[in-house]
Ligand binder design. Structure first.
Ligand SMILES: CC(C)(COP(=O)(O)OP(=O)(O)OC[C@H]1O[C@@H](n2cnc3c(N)ncnc32)[C@H](O)[C@@H]1OP(=O)(O)O)[C@@H](O)C(=O)NCCC(=O)NCCS
Length: 211
């Protein structure tokens, strides 16, 4: 394992190089916040991983789960609509979230994909299971033919079966085709947020309640 071969001093130096003033107090503060945030995510990730272990799948017409061989085509479809930075996230999801990374096919061709992550929320009422659409895209050649709707309908059926209380997503306010698709699926805008869909971009947080 790469991490195990690293010397502790290397880790320390890469985090906080105070000598020589190469890292400013603001940067240190930002890093501490980032560490704190990732620490906060640990229990959520652990519960998410447990839920995924217990995940029940249903038979879906023309929809399969991702495998490594599909990734080049999925990246190509992804690149038609999004920047390359989010490709790394997709690659990670294809391993970690395989059970909720759906691929829709037209005969033997990949027409599009949709991937979710789980967002369990613990409150005094108990555990509320939510999911978030991380990314969805349909190959340009197959757009406007019902593939996006079909992919959402089928994957949301599986979300219901697995006790997901609601599905969330972020969409750029200027992405009319996607917003129309989500509205058609009965998603509702909860609020408008800045800086989530890109720098100085506005997006909607939308939700579909399932219970
Ligand atoms: C958004 C996207 C996934 C829609 O997929 P699609 O397969 O083309 O959509 P569908 O054919 O299933 O259309 C379903 C409904 O969505 C709406 N819709 C789809 N494309 C639309 C468009 N260009 N203009 C307006 N409404 C549109 C319509 O209401 C449509 O229903 P209708 O055909 O009965 O009118 C697709 O356009 C895409 O991949 N876009 C680029 C990636 C992206 O923006 N992803 C969303 C990120 S949040």
């Amino acid at each position: 394992m790469i991490a195990a071969t690293k010397k502790p001093t290397e880790n320390y130096n890469s985090g906080f190089q105070l000598k020589g003033g190469s890292i400013s107090p603001t940067q240190i503060y930002k890093r501490l916040v980032a560490y704190f945030m990732s620490f906060k995510k640990l229990p959520r990730d652990a519960v998410g991983a447990y839920l995924l272990k217990e995940w029940k799948s249903i038979e879906k017409e023309n929809i399969v789960l991702v495998d490594e061989t599909m990734l080049p085509e999925i990246f190509r479809i992804h690149a038609e609509s999004f920047d390359s930075e989010t490709q790394k996230k997709l690659q990670k999801s294809s391993k970690k979230l395989r059970k909720i990374f759906y691929v829709i096919k037209s005969r033997d061709k990949i027409a599009g994909y949709c991937t979710y992550y789980l967002k369990p929320e613990l409150s005094f009422k108990g555990l509320k299971k939510k999911s978030v659409i991380q990314s969805i895209a349909i190959d340009k050649k197959f757009r406007g033919m019902g593939y996006g709707k079909k992919l959402l309908e089928e994957s949301i059926k599986e979300m219901k079966l697995n006790g997901i209380a609601s599905v969330l997503l972020y969409v750029n306010v200027i992405n009319t085709p996607a917003i129309k698709l989500y509205e058609k699926m009965s998603f509702q805008v909860i609020k408008e947020i800045e800086e989530v869909c890109g720098k100085q971009e506005k997006c909607y947080l939308m939700e579909l309640k399932l219970t």
